[in-house]
Design a protein around this ligand. Structure first.
Ligand code: 5GP
Ligand code: ZN
Length: 119
């Protein structure tokens, strides 16, 4: 069933509490935790509790939860005090764009200068 936990998915395991993570925020629909390999002083992943392979699949199935993810990304930036200097919300989509975990997630990056365009 779309949205159901996947046994082989790392982020479903973090949602279930079976893999530890440094959780910074939780809601009924989302979990936010620090990236294990941070690329900026603030590097947090915001994920839906439900399993969808990428942001577009989440948007198609559950647009309100995608909105929850973006709202939570902003709350993470405020909590980490990087919202005033600016932050970036990134959804890598597809292996060619660097997606390695196929459970939808927003990267929230901030706390340093962010180049445009990204590499
Ligand atoms: P992607 O490359 O799919 O856009 O992002 C996946 C992110 O998950 C990477 O930035 C990677 O560092 C992070 N990551 C991979 N494994 C773990 C883990 O076990 N715990 C945490 N907190 N982050 C992870
Ligand atoms: Zn998953």
């Amino acid at each position: 069933m779309p949205g159901e936990p996947q046994a082989d998915c790392l982020f479903c395991k973090i949602v279930a509490g079976d893999v530890p993570a440094t959780i910074v925020r939780e809601t009924d629909t989302t979990v936010a935790f620090r990236d294990i390999n941070p690329q900026a002083p603030t590097h947090v992943l915001v994920i839906p509790r439900a399993h969808y392979p990428d942001a577009a699949a989440l948007a198609a199935a559950s647009p309100e939860v995608l909105a929850d993810v973006v709202r939570e990304a902003r709350e993470v930036a405020v909590q980490d005090k990087v919202s005033d200097t600016g932050y970036r919300i990134v959804f890598n989509t597809g292996g060619g764009a660097g997606q390695t975990v196929f459970h939808a997630h927003a990267h929230v990056l901030g706390g340093r200068g962010l180049e445009w365009p990204p590499g």
